[in-house]
Design a protein around this ligand. Structure first.
Ligand code: TXA
Ligand code: MG
Length: 314
């Protein structure tokens, strides 16, 4: 786990325009000073990310969130329920130069979140200003959910890679837009199940298919090198299998069979998903076959990621 002096070093590196790998409770992020267009440009370059896809500004507390985003009553209700934690709110931008144009992809809105991970929180508190942090994968690949995977993806581009252990959630934050004269919209399924959010603010509208408003939903995403086959009852020749639940096929777990959750718990499966996709991919298989995952609770977000990994979206 990162120590106090690592936190200080990370804050200094960010202030010097460097990139830092930062653990959060969802996935590892690649962090930069949100106000520094040069640092943000290097971040887009390190990820190979299209510049029309805006970044999330991470802050330490609600006052810092409100200094960059006009949070209405609905947004504040969500903030009270889920921050710190894996909720990202998209709201009108009011931060003058705190989150540079490039970080927002030129939009008049900003995405903001207060992470719960103690290392992320300590870095944000020490740095004192918003930090943009997309997932630390190269664009289009599965997000890293542990230190080693993050270093493998974008370690070369960063000055420092903090270790916060494996991510508890394993899926990215849930992104909700709270914009004037519009219903609350679910822009990205994520670590907070839709039902948990709707229990607080009522039914959510779906994302518009407006590319400018929901750029992150368009790309093929989260994809390992090997082709992904969904709803598989078992592996075909040459495939690695990601099983779910008590093993019904009598397949012994070995180097070519993983189980996302033996007890059939979607939360455990979410935490294991990206690391197991990566481990499967390292076997250089002809394909990765994945067992059916129930669509309830976090299963909806898992299935969203799997469909994108398989190339069925965008
Ligand atoms: O859990 C997470 O959110 C992780 C950790 C590191 O915090 N970060 C993350 O960032 O997943 P990234 O950049 O991989 O995903 C950000 C998503 C993208 O889908 C992006 O299009 C969307 O948020 N987004 C950012 N700003 C937006 C805006 N102003 N309007 C609509 N969507 C926005
Ligand atoms: Mg990402």
């Amino acid at each position: 786990m990162a120590a106090d002096h690592d936190i200080e070093r990370a804050a200094h590196a960010l202030a010097a325009g460097e990139l830092v790998i930062l653990p959060t409770e969802t996935v590892y992020g690649l962090a930069a000073d949100a106000a520094d267009p040069h640092a943000v440009a290097r971040l887009f370059e390190a990820k190979g990310r299209p510049r029309f896809n805006p970044l999330i500004a991470h802050v330490a507390d609600l006052a810092a969130a409100r200094a960059i985003a006009a949070l209405d009553d609905r947004a504040l209700t969500l903030a009270a329920a889920f921050w710190p934690g894996p909720l990202t709110l998209v709201a009108p931008y009011v931060g003058s130069s705190a989150v540079c144009d490039l970080a927002r992809a030129g939009l008049d809105t900003v995405a903001v979140r207060i992470p719960a991970h103690p290392v992320a929180h300590a870095v944000l508190a020490a740095f004192g200003r918003p930090v943009v942090a997309p997932s630390a994968n190269r664009s289009g690949r599965p997000s890293p959910t542990n230190h080693a995977d993050a270093v493998e993806e974008t370690g070369e581009a960063c000055a420092l890679a903090l270790d916060g252990g494996p991510c508890a959630a394993g899926l990215e934050s849930t992104v909700i837009a709270a914009l004037p004269d519009a219903p609350l919209r679910l822009l990205r399924l994520g670590s907070i199940p839709r039902g948990d959010i709707e229990a607080v603010v009522g039914p959510l509208a779906e994302a518009e298919t407006d590319a400018k408003r929901t750029p992150g939903r368009l790309a093929l995403h989260y994809a390992p090198d090997a082709p992904v086959r969904l709803n598989a009852q078992g592996p075909r020749a040459g495939e690695v299998f990601l099983d779910f639940g008590p093993n019904a096929q009598g397949l012994g777990e070995g180097p070519d069979v993983f189980n996302l959750s033996h007890v059939g718990d979607v939360r455990e499966a979410a935490a294991n998903l990206f690391a197991m996709l990566r481990a499967a991919d390292r076997r250089r298989p002809a394909g990765i076959a994945v067992a059916p995952i129930p669509d309830d609770g976090l299963g909806e977000a898992i299935n969203d990621r799997l469909r994108r990994a398989a190339g069925f979206v965008g």
